[in-house]
Design a protein around this ligand. Structure first.
Ligand SMILES: [Zn+2]
Length: 176
């Protein structure tokens, strides 16, 4: 939660942009959206597209970072903020470090793969030379609701088409 003052373009504002991207993606990929912001301007956007693009690196964060780096013509993105609707995985956190993102804001937690609070606390590892400030919980409920809806629909389709049904997991987890 951001709390406190409410400038017009705050964390909630940019997280809502990321959420809208996720909502509009409507593919077979898990709906996750990300934006990269520098100086209050969006310079990169991305949604999960690993399945449709046959790309194991096609996570929303990577797509957004690639676009931002291309836009700024720089593989380093100092003073940038990455907003993503779901807690990042190892790969994406690695990309955050490589690109020198200074701040990460994420929505829902990812209990099985998240590395900034769930599975690991990589952002607090003192051995890493680059520090990323991490803020969690912006629009977390909306983000989690979107993912729940996606998996419920997916289960419905799989059951309806006679495919082997996927047992519903008791915990909330959102494998990408
Ligand atoms: Zn990832």
């Amino acid at each position: 939660m951001t709390g406190g003052s409410k400038p017009e373009r705050d964390d909630e504002y940019f997280m809502n942009v990321a959420l809208t991207l996720a909502r509009e993606s409507r593919t077979e990929d898990v709906p996750v959206g990300a934006v990269v912001v520098v100086g209050g301007e969006i310079v990169g956007k991305g949604v999960n597209q690993g399945r449709i693009r046959h790309d194991p690196t096609g996570h929303a964060e990577i797509v957004a970072l690639r676009m931002a780096a291309e836009a700024l013509q720089n593989y380093r993105l100092p003073k940038s903020v990455l907003y993503v609707t779901l807690e990042p995985c190892f790969m994406c956190f690695g990309a955050l470090l490589e690109s020198r993102v200074s701040r990460l804001v994420f929505g829902a937690r990812e209990p099985r793969r998240g590395v900034t609070g769930s599975l690991y606390d990589l952002h607090n590892d003192p051995r890493l030379t680059h520090r990323v400030e991490v803020v969690e919980g912006a629009c977390a409920e909306e983000s989690a609701a979107l993912l729940r809806e996606f998996f419920e629909k997916k289960r419905g389709r799989e059951n309806g088409s006679g495919m082997r049904s996927v047992p519903s997991s008791p915990g909330r987890s959102f494998p990408q």
